[in-house]
Write a protein that binds this ligand. Sequence first.
Ligand SMILES: CCCCCCCCCCCCC/C=C/C(=O)SCCNC(=O)CCNC(=O)[C@H](O)C(C)(C)COP(=O)(O)OP(=O)(O)OC[C@H]1O[C@@H](n2cnc3c(N)ncnc32)[C@H](O)[C@@H]1OP(=O)(O)O
Length: 277
Amino acid sequence: MFVLRQCLTLGTKSSVRNFAAATNLVNVKINEDTGVVIMELNKPPVNSLNYELLEAMHRTLVKLENERCSGMILTSSSPNTFSAGLDLLEMYKPTVDKARKFWGMLQNTWIKLYSAPYPTVAAINGHSPAGGCLLAMSCEYRIMVPKKKIGLNETQLGIVAPQWFQDCMKNIIGSRQAEKALIAGTLFSSEEAAKIGLIDELATDKEDLMKKAHDFMDEQLGLPPLARSTVKIGFRKDTLNRLINSREVDTKYFIDFIFQPKVQESLEMYLQALKKK
Ligand SMILES: CCCCCCCCCCCCC/C=C/C(=O)SCCNC(=O)CCNC(=O)[C@H](O)C(C)(C)COP(=O)(O)OP(=O)(O)OC[C@H]1O[C@@H](n2cnc3c(N)ncnc32)[C@H](O)[C@@H]1OP(=O)(O)O
């Protein structure tokens, strides 16, 4: 399979097709020979997840259901950041309607990504805090470049990682480690994340990152797809159903929480600190 991939990469015949996207917020390429898709987040400078970016991701994931997609590698076009997490401006002084629409799209996108039947790999080529970490944790396998940061740091911002963010972390690093990390809002270095299993592999650089992502994909493509996806969904169904069965309650928590004056103050201070950096 590795040889096949090399031939496809180096060969003269281009088997890679740009996947028609209605926006350039995501670059999507499908290898027509292997069916492997690369979805690259492309909202400079830091891929903050606003409604439009989430909608572009969601639309792509829906479209992939009708394509011959055998696997997906999620990465970013930003040189330094995989994703800076949720766009803080979506939570800072929004209208209730806007906040509700935003949260609904985040839930939709997560449900599609977390339940994708094909193998998914996060090729984490930069920092990945909060919602960025959620995206990475929603994939089946995580590979990261050295010396970047990843984690659910919400507490540090005066906000709370929702239950389903927390569940994703627990499922990966275990309840005790997750509890400590969530309470403290720990951002782990790539190296620390590898030690506790938050990421599966450390890459030496970006080239090695993509090579390792393709290696994982090759291994998965050698497995019977129905058996593979049945086991995957079996592992994920409780976490998925917990949100699916409580979407309204979860949205209400979000709205009630972010509209608190203290939370708005924290967001304002954090946004100012980011701008002053
Ligand atoms: C269990 C029951 C619970 C019930 C209660 C539930 C309640 C639910 C409450 C709400 C839940 C919300 C969950 C939130 C999740 C999130 O994801 S919040 C976002 C957290 N993100 C961060 O903390 C990251 C912030 N950014 C950074 O640390 C850095 O930008 C970076 C990613 C490390 C990159 O650094 P660098 O390359 O140096 O870039 P910068 O110069 O810092 O940034 C460039 C510009 O981008 C702006 N920006 C950065 N991040 C964001 C962001 N997340 N949103 C919006 N904008 C962002 C930054 O301000 C810069 O802007 P300019 O100065 O205008 O260029």
